[in-house]
Design a protein around this ligand. Sequence first.
Ligand code: HEC
Ligand code: HEC
Length: 298
Amino acid sequence: MRERRASRWRERRRARTFVGALLACLVVSGCQPYVRISTEVRDAYEPLPGFAVRMNFMPRKPHADEGRRIYEARCAVCHGPEGQGDGPMAAQLTAPEKNPYTDFLSLFRIHPRSEPLPSRPARFDNLDQMRLNAPFALFETIARGRPHTAMPGFQHPAYGAVDGGDPRLSDQQIWDVLFWEWSRTTTRERLAQGRRIYNQLCASCHGVAGDGNGPEAARIREQVWTWGRGVGPGIFTDRDWMAYRKPVELYQRVAEGVRRRGLELMPAYAGRLSPDEIWTVVEYLWTFVYTPPQELRP
Ligand code: HEC
Ligand code: HEC
């Protein structure tokens, strides 16, 4: 009897504690500063303000002929006259401080004397490598150099990379020279073929000038807000955007097309064009970003 009363009393006390805690919570939450978290309702395609910013990485369209002059003066000794990695210095180049054997031993403070490893200059006609590169990646390499290789930095050598010496290259000079290197991935005939296919299949949307002003673009501007602003994917004259794009990514879009929210924004061309034809178009797309050298122009 006594025990039962004691347990009922304990239960009641627990309930009272619970109600008390609940009230405390309500009071505390009621005292919080008032924050308005709702914003006006906006259309799904309306961008957040300030999102479509032009960075102006390349204020002027890079010009490969300008780049060639810089290339011949500063880069050809290693990379070779045509960018095939066969300059007069190429054979003697070594990788500073790069040797797995001595690096390992140096952990134990043993420093044997040994031959440094060779460092091979990149070939710009190496498609497997160049098609995986975005222009920005080349820009970084040229500006900062590549540590533990012979590739010097020509603007702000960083991470212990070799110093390319004076005069420093300006941003524009780096863009010019890297697009001359970029132009080693194509030929005049390939660009001509790419242009034919582009004007026939792609210009209706993307515009003859690659600026997204084709006859069908009015409809697309209603569906894709970036097109309404003349920036972003599919606007090949948006150099800020293209600086980050890799040729393999562009290839993939052309082959697979673009669908979003159940809408076919762009058809897939894998069935209609051969892989090599798609590559010629992708190579042509870059001519909206930079002016190809004289010998590649029509
Ligand atoms: C002293 C020799 C030397 C000079 C001069 C030199 N390079 Fe290089 N460069 C190299 C080497 C070596 C590599 C390969 C680095 C590696 O192994 O990753 C390289 C790599 C590169 C790469 C990276 C390619 C890639 O696919 O990742 C770029 C871009 C490049 N060089 C551009 C230039 C430009 C532009 C100049 C002139 C302004 C220049 N280089 C001058 C030796 C040189
Ligand atoms: C029906 C219109 C239309 C046609 C025709 C068309 N495109 Fe597109 N394309 C678009 C739209 C719209 C986008 C942008 C999609 C998005 O916002 O991601 C786009 C995106 C792209 C992209 C991706 C760009 C990037 O940075 O991701 C590439 C590359 C491209 N188009 C190339 C081509 C080529 C080459 C052809 C012709 C063989 C072609 N397009 C034909 C409408 C079209």
